[in-house]
Design a protein around this ligand. Structure first.
Ligand SMILES: O=C(CO)COP(=O)(O)O
Length: 132
């Protein structure tokens, strides 16, 4: 991970949105040094509470937002993906979810599917001391 301001994607399936909101709230002081984008409904949940956070709004996941994130990864425009997936519910856009995870794997982007992994990623020094 480069020691600079990072481009971070934030995404959560519906059953995991409260978990993502809680994670962002807990880590806000570290996170606010970086740049964000989020899929549509995730964006709304986050910005309703954190009105001061600048987060670029993408399409909703099932409407192409996951694919927008995948495109950013292959264009070198996303450094980290925080993507809390619902392990209990089949998603109608599962092919998009798989494509996004595949792009993260292919381009070796740090990908957190749960808060424990997200916590490990943000303890990387690049998060605490971005060069900007
Ligand atoms: O479906 C998603 C990820 O696969 C997330 O999309 P929303 O943030 O629009 O709910």
């Amino acid at each position: 991970m480069a020691e600079t301001c990072l481009n971070i994607g934030l995404v959560a399936h519906d059953a995991m949105k409260a978990t993502l909101l809680d994670w962002v709230t807990r880590n806000k002081s570290i996170l606010e040094k970086h740049r964000f984008c989020a899929t549509g409904t995730t964006w709304k949940v986050l910005t309703d509470i954190h009105r001061d956070m600048k987060i670029e709004r993408l399409k909703s996941g099932p409407m192409g937002g996951d694919q927008q994130l995948g495109a950013r990864i292959c264009e070198g425009k996303l450094d980290v993906l925080i993507f809390f997936q619902d392990p209990m519910t089949a998603q109608p856009h599962d092919v998009d979810v798989k494509a996004l995870v595949r792009m993260s794997t292919l381009y070796d982007i740090p990908l957190a599917c749960n808060p424990a992994t997200a916590d490990l990623i943000i303890t990387n020094p690049a998060f605490a001391h971005p060069a900007r």
